[in-house]
Design a protein around this ligand. Structure first.
Ligand code: S3P
Length: 178
């Protein structure tokens, strides 16, 4: 089976949906942020503080390149900003079926109201930051994805059912190896 890759804004539920998908399909779950944190033995916040965002983006690209060498059939959730690089979008396409979890700004703000782990959302005016980043990123997420699922107000199982019910999976296209 090809990899299934979850993309989407911070707070769209990539990690939770990834866990549920990996449980339902009995597939290994990989998270690019966690892989980077393990490799550098630092949190994402510390990486941003010490090396800056550009260096973190390079780490994301390297992480995708490594994943291409790993066995297929994984569920892969990626950091919210990763699809913004065109090189990363190319790599995502080669890696597997890309699923975009589309979320509304107000859902993100509710879910991440008390979050301190996302460097890009710290400080004043969190709602404006979410709004403007989401506006900039939405068309890119949409262009990078083969499947788009609106996640607001849906349960994890409803989201997973919608992903797996997509014709890409029902026609068995996910079984074609790259
Ligand atoms: C980021 C999203 C985060 C993490 C980093 C940057 C982004 O991952 O990679 O804080 O630019 O949107 P999540 O989407 O898992 O929160």
């Amino acid at each position: 089976m090809k990899n299934i890759i979850l993309i989407g804004f911070m707070g769209s539920g990539k990690t939770s949906v990834g866990i549920r998908l990996s449980y339902r399909l009995r597939r290994v779950l990989t998270d690019t942020d966690k892989k980077i944190e393990r490799l550098y033995k630092m949190t994402i916040s510390d990486i941003f503080e010490r090396f800056g965002e550009e260096k973190f983006r390079d780490m994301e690209t390297q992480c995708l390149e490594k994943l291409l060498e790993e066995p297929e059939g994984q569920i892969i959730s990626v950091g919210g900003g990763l699809p913004m690089r065109s090189r990363n979008r190319e790599l995502l396409k080669r890696l597997g079926t890309v699923v975009y979890l589309r979320v509304k700004a107000r859902t993100v703000c509710t879910r991440l109201a008390a979050d301190t782990s996302r460097p890009l959302l710290q400080g004043e005016d969190r709602e404006e930051k979410v709004q403007s980043l989401l506006e900039k990123r939405s068309p890119v997420y949409e262009s990078a994805a083969e499947i788009i699922v609106d996640v607001d107000e849906k349960t994890l199982d409803e989201i997973v059912d919608e992903i797996l019910g997509n014709r890409i999976f029902s026609q068995g296209k996910e079984w074609v190896s790259r």
